[in-house]
Ligand binder design. Structure first.
Ligand code: F58
Length: 803
């Protein structure tokens, strides 16, 4: 039995009754004819009912205490499935299991029937989802604001080894976790003319709200994720409809809905995409109008806004928030320009997630002026004020080369700017914002990313979570630093045996799934070596597949050399327009085809690439991993968060000194981490030698074999020229220094082999990785944001008695 905030005890019988009632009265189904979907909906509604109490309670407490609220604006929330997460945080998993048994449905099947909400591309979107969960677990009053995309990230299939994209349709079925709020609707304008602060948009849509409650650990607090859906201002043209022109009659609706139809899947380049800019403004303006409406329902003095409101911009995607907030404060609420600018700055914070020049947002002044004419005026004035106030060098500024630099705009309009790992924040100061940092010392700070241990350890890895709780109690779930208490158990033989058994359970489960879904048999005794993330040249999946080819070649040359058996697992999607990344996918699949059918290497080496990597697949793969691949070119991966999930789940890392790998290694101990590769400084120096790749390849027999095998068509026998371009780039345009790092990587992999062959030594190191991973909880990260950026406190502190 568990107790939630609405003080209604939930026992098995009550939950069972609630499920039955929903089945009958919400779904209108007779239990005899109920499908998996029906049971899932009935259980979801029954669980959702238990969230509503804590949700109302949290809202009331926030109003009553006149508490400061955090607003997290993000174009992406990669939340994944909700049901299991909610059951776990409410302590209702066991009760649900017993209800499933007595009603005759399979709980696992129900859980897996839920579509995976993929409203994000990768790390940035998943971080936002972990943050929401931690904000609720910590009792920090907060709202997430996002877009309710009808279609999340595309589905990935492989045809002949190549990525094919199809639309994702998570909203085709009813979505039981949301509440439509048609009364919360705002008009969002575009285009038209702006004269003397008077903007008359020539187009407009309605942003209509849908709320999802986000329940925290133990059901003590719940916040809201509010997502906007675009609706037309006029439903349809009745006159045209009556005259029989049905397509034209529906035009206004179709045009408006386009705005929230699809998530942008491109994480490489920013073409001048009008729709993307409109989406960004749509989210931002709706959120700001909603924030001001809520503030004014409680207070009347807008100059005190920063005392009650903190707004965080997740990357520059909502960076139009600076100008939009100024516009609302001046044009709509009559504040003075200077006052409005100060209020906006004191309210806004900006998180930077990338240094890649091609991913830094900029919009042509023409496009900005066309779509948002009033904002273009405001941006120019902000820029002028800044120029005058700072006497900055001529090359610094928001508007440069007829483009609006969104990073500069976000920086100048924020009181704090943060990077997402220690190394990244340092590089932010030294590179993209070097000059602005000198003009505004102290504005850039670091907040190293984290992940929620509820989803990424307790939910994803029941065998290990159970073992940990049996050993040190379950306080770690809400306070991950308590994992430290596992440290002494690292040299306890009996504990290590149990630890290996937990890992093995996960590996067997994964092997069965791979067998069933892909028809490939893998050996659970082999080392599971996993690289899962978006496919990108800087993340260097090609370094990994090159090493796989070298290993295969050397195994064949010398089969009895005592190799450690391996399964190389890849997962991830390429941006649809990113040809080089797609070529890497093709190569991995081609190599898998050859290696998996080679009788010489047999069980010693397999390559697995399950299609359509998403949050749910990560929950399957990470707990089963022995080795975590974090091999980006140093200086390129802002932080990484997958790296933290693997560490928490007892995988050892093979990685470069990049992003949060640096801090992971410091925490777990250098001796428990397979390090290789150039440092960020060395990368820059090495690139100055135009022959860096050629020199490295000429010095590496392994690299020569790999490139030779590829170029002679060994993995593409029906199309031997397929990878000539790829091999040419490896020799001549190796921007990400694959060749320079190859031998170091190969050697580190052999050190991993050696350790793997000694299970006692391997598991001792793996236990230490888990025990020392407490720092990487997103609870710690959120506490940092609360203290250093938002100035907010937990509403749960001192609430123990009331709980
Ligand atoms: C990621 N960025 C970083 N961007 O690459 C990763 O190192 C970091 O851990 C993570 O953010 C969280 O801080 C990322 O995922 C995107 O997906 C953008 C989507 C929109 C277009 C530009 C890239």
């Amino acid at each position: 039995m568990s107790m939630t905030k609405d003080a209604r005890p939930v026992n098995d019988a009550e939950l069972k009754q609630a499920v039955e009632q929903h089945l009958i009265y919400t779904l209108g189904k007779d239990a005899r004819h109920a499908s998996v979907y029906d049971w899932r909906m009935a259980l979801s509604y029954a669980i959702r009912d238990r969230i509503v109490g804590p949700w109302f309670h949290a809202t009331r407490r926030t109003y009553e205490g006149q508490r400061k609220r955090v607003y997290y604006l993000s174009m992406e929330f990669l939340i994944g499935r909700m049901l299991e997460d909610a059951m776990i945080n409410l302590g209702l998993l066991e009760a649900s299991e017993s209800v499933a048994k007595s009603l005759g449905f399979d709980l696992r099947q129900i859980i897996e029937d839920e579509p995976d909400a993929a409203l994000g591309n990768g790390g940035l979107g998943r971080l936002a989802a972990c943050f929401l969960e931690s904000l609720s677990s910590l009792g920090c009053p907060a709202h997430g604001y996002g877009i309710r995309y009808e279609h999340g990230l595309f589905r990935q299939r492989f045809e002949g080894g190549q990525q094919v994209e199809t639309p994702e349709d998570w909203l085709t079925q009813a979505h039981p976790w949301e509440f439509a709020r048609p009364e919360s609707a705002y008009e969002i304008g575009f285009k038209g003319e702006a004269v003397n602060g008077d903007w008359h948009p020539s187009e407009s849509v309605i942003a209509s709200a849908y709320d999802m409650p986000v329940i925290g650990w133990q059901g003590r607090w719940a916040n809201t994720l509010r997502m906007w859906s675009a609706k037309p201002t006029t439903l349809f043209d009745l006159e045209r409809f009556n005259s029989g022109d049905y397509a034209a009659a529906a035009e206004p609706e179709a045009l408006a809905r386009t705005l929230s139809r699809v998530l942008y899947p491109d994480d490489t380049t920013y073409q001048g995409k009008e729709l993307r800019l409109k989406q960004e403004f749509f989210l931002t303006s709706a959120a700001l109008q909603d924030i001001l409406r809520r503030y004014l329902s409680e207070y009347d003095d807008l100059t005190k806004l920063p005392q009650k409101v903190a707004i965080q911009m997740n990357d520059t995607h909502p960076a139009i928030a600076g100008p939009e907030l100024i516009r609302l404060l001046t044009d709509k609420h009559g504040l003075e320009w200077g006052v409005a600018q100060d209020i906006a700055r004191a309210t806004l914070g900006y998180t930077n997630h990338t240094l890649l020049p091609e991913a830094l947002e900029r919009w042509s002044t023409w496009l900005m002026g066309n779509i948002l004419p009033r904002h273009m005026q405001i941006i120019e004035r902000i820029d002028d004020d800044h120029r005058r106030a700072t006497k900055r060098p001529a090359h610094v500024g928001i508007v440069r080369n007829n483009e609006v630099q969104m990073g500069e705009l976000a920086f100048i309009m924020s009181h704090k700017v943060n990077g997402v790992s220690a190394l990244h924040s340092d590089l932010v100061k030294k590179t993209v914002f070097h000059d602005l940092n000198e003009l505004h010392p102290g504005r850039i700070i670091n907040q190293t990313n984290g992940v929620t241990p509820r989803r990424w350890l307790k939910l994803a890895n029941p065998p290990l979570a159970g073992l940990i709780s049996d050993t040190i109690g379950d306080g770690w779930i809400g306070d991950l630093d308590q994992l430290k208490a596992l440290e002494p158990h690292a040299n306890d033989k009996a504990f290590r045996k149990d630890f290996r058994a937990a890992k093995r359970t996960n590996k067997v489960a994964l092997s069965n799934w791979v067998g069933e879904t892909m028809g490939v048999q893998i050996n659970p005794n082999a080392m599971f070596d996993v690289q899962i993330k978006r496919i990108h040249e800087y993340k260097r999946q090609h370094l990994n597949i090159f090493e796989t080819i070298a290993l295969w070649h050397n195994m064949r040359e010398n089969p009895d050399a005592g190799w450690a058996p391996r399964v190389k697992v890849f997962g991830g999607k390429s941006a649809p327009g990113y040809a080089v990344a797609k070529e890497i996918i093709h190569l991995i699949n081609d190599v898998a085809q050859v290696i998996n059918n080679d009788p010489v290497t047999g069980d010693m080496l397999k390559v697995i690439y399950p299609p359509n990597y998403n949050v749910s697949m990560a929950e399957r793969l990470i707990p089963a991993a022995d080795l975590s691949e974090q091999i980006s070119t140093a200086g390129k991966e802002a932080s990484g968060t997958g790296n933290m999930k693997f560490t928490m789940n007892g995988a050892l890392t093979i990685g470069t000194l990049d992003g949060a790998n640096v801090e992971i290694r410091e925490h777990v101990g250098a001796e428990n981490f397979f390090l290789f590769g150039l440092t960020a400084d060395e990368v820059i120096k090495r690139r100055r030698n135009v022959r860096h790749a050629r020199d490295a390849i000429e010095a590496s027999q392994n690299m020569q074999h790999v490139l030779q095998l590829i170029v002679e068509g060994r993995f593409s026998p029906t199309d031997p020229d397929r990878y000539h371009g790829l091999v040419d780039r490896a020799w001549n345009h190796d921007h990400y220094l694959v060749a320079a790092d190859f031998e170091g990587y190969y050697t580190a992999q052999r050190a991993a082999d050696k350790l793997y062959l000694d299970p006692e030594a391997w598991s001792e190191q793996a236990v230490l990785n888990v025990a020392r991973s407490g720092f990487f909880s997103s609870d710690r990260t959120i506490r940092g944001y609360m203290a250093d950026i938002w100035g907010t406190e937990s509403a749960l502190d001192g609430e123990e008695d009331a709980a």
